[in-house]
Design a protein around this ligand. Sequence first.
Ligand SMILES: [Zn+2]
Length: 217
Amino acid sequence: MNGHHAWEDIVKLGASLFGRRLTFGRTGNISIRDGDRILITPTNTGLGSLAGTRPASIGIDGTHHDGPPPSKEAFLHAAMYRARPEALAVVHLHSTNAVAVSCLTGLDVADALPPLTAYYAMRVGRLPLLPYYRPGDPALRPVAEQAALRHHALLLANHGPIAAAADLSSAADVVEEIEETARIFLRLHGLQWNALTPAQIADIRSWRNPVSEPADA
Ligand SMILES: [Zn+2]
């Protein structure tokens, strides 16, 4: 992978996410993996302001290699890559509706959002809710790494979603699907609704394109 080209892709994705208010201020971070090196957005830089900046470079163990200081959440990206060797991109956002869901009581911590649509079932599957940790708390690292062994997308309580995928646009698709499904879920509050049944999900899994995102176990 060409590092410069990959960074330009992150700059473009950051501007797109920021422009659509899927991230705001200096929140959110994006990374790609190139062998043993991870290029990640620098700390204190909004995703809408990446043009003209340089990426931070960290190792798969999360240590800073070169470039500006990485996002304080870089350790979380490194944990996702260690757990999922096929993952080449990670996107983490504090998108409003997903954060709102992550604050609700009474969620199923093994699967925080119901499978409301076929696209959600295909792109996300199960979404575990991880406990709250203060931003940058390294105690989250083993918890996230363990959960990522079985799930490519995680929801951090009172914080937001993070997703790993084989490429940048797929990782963005997953967090955007979580955000939109969270929006629908909140809109359904107080109404009667149906989720897809296990049989309908099994049907989707047997029909889906085998080159798409691998299903969770
Ligand atoms: Zn965060």
